[in-house]
Design a protein. Sequence first.
Length: 183
Amino acid sequence: MESPTLRPGILLIAPPMLEDPNFWRTVVLLCAHGEDGSFGLILNRPTTLTLREVLDVPVSYPLFVGGPVQPDTLHILHRLGDEIPEAQPVVNGVYWGGEVEALLDRLRTNPPEPDEMRFFLGYSGWAPGQLEAEYEAGGWILAPAHAANVFEDTPEKLWRTVLRRMGGEYALLANFPDDPRLN
């Protein structure tokens, strides 16, 4: 099996030793990666807020923390595809963003099921070359993403689930204690 490389549609999994509180045990879907830098959304950080609390829409989808950059911005991953103009494919069957008015119209007139859309406050961003340097220094584990990862019913379990699915030494990391100093 070929090793994953940094590109859109890859999961960035924080190793258990990563102490940065912004990314501790996170699973980030890389949505864009190129010479201008990288953009991703944390998949496993739900908040207590709902979409209805931040937008005038009739649905109460949960909101997630997408990352520490611009936490006052709203981002979306969805399964609506070409129905939303300008949506960018990221993973087979999963799209990022799109025309805001088309998204709002769909939410107000014919809201999709909650497992078809996921909303994020803020994002995870890297300057050109920054993510490559972090990866080469052992700051991230890479894995192919699947639509099921994006719309996971129990996002708080996603970090362990993905590592176990990878098998081998990664499955062992899934059992790494939250605070190894307490063992």
